[in-house]
Design a protein around this ligand. Structure first.
Ligand code: CA
Length: 467
């Protein structure tokens, strides 16, 4: 009897062939960056905080790797974000200051020649959303929807009020000074909206909704909380978790971090519920070190926000990617926020437009490569005449044009003993000089030049577009 292949049989062959194809072309992973603002190195459980409880952020870290020597590329918000979102040392394109809020000025923000991670991932079909603090330019040409994001929910300036009843300005035509922008209503894409929740809770809600909506296709979520950046404002729900902290600033700061932690918990739970944990890389970090005058704590690190000592640039930093990154890792080699871009584009199989400075971390985190990812890391604060280099255990630093410091961070994490090894200093200095050849001067006015900028642009806030 002649065997006629049944339809079912043909379907099975097709399915088997299809499975093989799928195995050869693994899904592009989703990318989530959870960025906090001015959170100190010592203010997460996974870095040993005894006072602050961050069970959800700690869970993320436990699921993957803690970067004990994880850095950002600058010691304040704006330039650090410019480095993170481009994967490049921001001094190469002159983003060396915290930009002034100047919505009529197209030069005050991330230059259009730079490729954002959202623009890069767009080339591989990703759907992208930015939530929270933007701080990469308020001009209409520089906003998230012009920089590769499909959706935006948040604000454009360097900080914001947290209580919805304080968001009183209807649009930018009501902004008359630098800090007025702190209490504008939030933007959903290009439209001002009425928010009713505490800001951190609102951003968490938006993040969960975005993931829910986009779980079936590759997405990139840039969740840039402004917490726990000043103004220090928290609701009773979170304040009540710290009945024993007496210092008011510290208590409010702790509550603000707790609100972020709840958001991280909701987001991780959503990934689990949707069964996409194994297809989603989640980074958690702060954009710079904590400001110890505003309630934060940098643990054993020296100084904080605004300084190139470790407290300004070494931040709480962790990643999870279930099934690929080995869990319970402590990754001790120096790494930097610029590595996030490099890691993401490598997984999405994209060639970046510009030369990037970060490294794809996955070979190092999946046990394939035990070498340090970087030969050295570099910092420059142009206005302050501060420079720093990290190579292996050593840190070379000049703050405010002062004396040369050289520290062995392995046995002196607090940078107390300047070892004054002139040969080593010379080696690191020459590495810095080579790196610095690619840098340019700052291309725009920073926060410090607010008065000067106003004098040169007396109509800075006059006739600003309504939105
Ligand atoms: Ca910051």
């Amino acid at each position: 009897m002649k065997i006629i292949p049944s339809l079912l049989f043909l379907q099975l062959i097709f399915l088997a062939f299809n499975c093989k194809l799928n195995a050869q072309q693994p899904n592009k992973p989703n990318i989530i960056i959870i960025l906090t603002d001015d959170q100190g190195y010592g203010d997460v459980g996974f870095n040993g905080s005894k006072q602050l409880k961050t069970p959800n952020i700690d869970k993320l870290a436990k699921n993957g790797a803690i970067f004990t020597n994880g850095y950002v590329s600058y010691a304040v918000c704006g330039p650090s974000r410019a480095g993170l979102i481009t994967g490049r040392y921001q001094d190469q394109f002159g983003y060396s200051r915290n930009p002034l809020f100047a919505p009529k000025d197209a030069s005050l923000g991330l230059p259009l020649e730079e490729e954002t991670l959202a623009e890069a991932l767009k080339k591989a079909g990703y759907t992208n959303m930015a939530i929270g603090k933007w701080h990469l330019g308020a001009h209409t040409t520089l906003r998230p929807l012009k920089r590769g994001f499909d959706e935006f929910y948040g604000f454009l300036s360097g900080g914001h009020k947290y209580f919805p009843e304080q968001l009183i300005r209807n649009d930018l035509s009501e902004v008359g000074s630098q800090f007025d922008a702190y209490n504008t209503k939030l933007l959903r894409n290009d439209t001002r909206v009425e928010e009713t929740e505490y800001l951190t809770d609102a951003f968490s809600r938006e993040a969960v909704n975005f993931v829910d909506k986009n779980a079936k296709k590759p997405f990139f979520l840039y969740l840039a909380y402004n917490a726990p950046h000043a103004p220090l404002q928290a609701t009773k729900k979170y304040l009540s978790r710290y009945p024993n902290i007496k210092n008011k600033d510290r208590k409010t700061y702790a509550a603000m971090v707790s609100a972020v932690d709840d958001g991280v918990g909701l987001l991780l739970q959503k990934l689990k519920d949707l069964n996409i944990e194994k297809n989603t890389i989640v980074f958690f970090l702060s954009d710079n070190g904590g400001n110890e005058n505003k309630g934060s704590f940098n643990g054993p690190l020296k100084k904080g926000k605004g300084s190139l000592f470790e407290g300004g640039i070494r931040v709480p930093f962790a990643v999870q990617w279930k099934g690929t990154i080995l869990p319970n890792q402590k990754f001790e080699h120096p790494m930097i926020s610029l590595d996030i871009f490099a890691t993401a584009v490598a997984q999405a199989n994209i060639t970046p437009k510009n030369k990037i400075d970060g490294k794809n971390l996955i070979p190092y985190l999946s046990g394939k490569n035990n070498e340090p990812p970087h030969k050295a890391l570099y910092w420059r604060m142009y206005d302050k005449k501060s420079v720093a280099v990290r190579k292996d255990n050593f840190k070379y630093i000049i703050e405010k044009g002062g004396e040369v410091g050289l520290y062995n961070l392995t046995n002196d994490i607090s940078e107390k003993n300047n070892i004054k090894d002139s040969l080593k200093s010379k080696e690191l200095k020459s590495l810095f000089e080579i790196w610095n050849k690619n840098n340019i001067k700052p291309i725009f006015y920073g926060l410090g030049e607010n008065k000067e900028y106003n004098q040169k642009h007396p109509k800075r806030f006059k006739n600003v577009e309504k939105y």
